[in-house]
Design a protein around this ligand. Structure first.
Ligand SMILES: C[S@@+](CC[C@H](N)C(=O)[O-])C[C@H]1O[C@@H](n2cnc3c(N)ncnc32)[C@H](O)[C@@H]1O
Length: 238
């Protein structure tokens, strides 16, 4: 099967059912029952429960899955005159740190302490902090890059994360959203499902810009995985 055919088959599996959820496998779910977000994601990282081939942040952070974003993000950063990035969550920070950021400042954050310690050791020139996007005070930056995070959080925590982002001193939010998805369903922490940030319970406005990671034409017009760019002022006062 070609890479494109694999992508199409996977997208079809995910979007034929608008209530689609990819649950954490049951042996993992039983290990994290009743634990808080930090403990759940620390377990997922230690157990590689998202099956990352190259990255313990999961297969969505592997080099094939990040090809489009790696190719197109530098142009978007130039277009919006970005001088500083808060990469939250950063996971192993591999794909974003591989970009030629030049003078652009970089801070990475993740809820999992072990990830942050590993990143500090691997990239001594960069700053990494243990940060919970749902409730911690966030460092200011021109853009907060929030790729593949809210899709793993229950709706209540994802809404709380957007409120927390709105309280931050960041100017733009660049976050994963699925264009054309008709419904947002709830999950347990660590499961996966697509989210459309324009729909309830989020109701963000039309993004200022969109970086499409998976072309809808390649997957038969199904909801496209994208990064939407919002001016945080557009949802600060809600
Ligand atoms: C699928 S990975 C994505 C990482 C990175 N954004 C990327 O594109 O490679 C999701 C990451 O979110 C982190 N995470 C989950 N909940 C979080 C929270 N409340 N605050 C900060 N990080 C969180 C996990 O530890 C994990 O590293």
């Amino acid at each position: 099967m070609t890479e494109e055919a694999k992508l199409r088959a996977r997208a079809c599996r995910r979007f034929e059912d608008e209530y689609y959820v990819e649950p954490l496998e049951s042996e993992h779910r039983s290990q994290v029952a009743g634990q808080d977000l930090a403990a759940v994601f620390a377990y997922i990282y230690r157990a590689n429960a998202w099956h990352g081939g190259e990255s313990a942040a999961g297969e969505g952070s592997d080099s094939a899955a990040t090809l489009t974003v790696r190719t197109e993000l530098p142009g978007l950063l130039r277009k919006w005159r970005i001088r500083s990035i808060l990469d939250l969550p950063c996971g192993d920070a591999a794909w974003l740190r591989s970009l030629p950021l030049g003078e652009i400042g970089y801070v990475g954050g993740d809820i999992v302490e072990d990830i942050v310690h590993r990143n500090r050791a691997a990239c001594p020139g960069s700053r990494f902090e243990v940060l919970d996007i749902v409730k911690d005070e966030l460092p200011a930056a021109d853009v907060l890059v929030c790729r593949d995070c809210l899709v793993h959080l229950p709706l209540a925590e994802a809404v709380a994360a957007l409120r927390n982002i709105a309280r931050s001193g960041c100017k733009y939010l660049l976050a994963t959203t699925f264009l054309g998805l008709g419904r947002n369903v709830d999950i347990e922490p660590g499961d996966w499902r697509p989210l459309n940030l324009r729909l309830p319970p989020f109701g963000l406005p039309e993004p200022l810009d969109v970086l499409v990671e998976v072309d809808p034409a390649a997957i038969g017009g199904l909801p496209a995985k994208a990064l939407g760019l919002w001016d945080i002022d557009s949802f600060r006062e809600r």
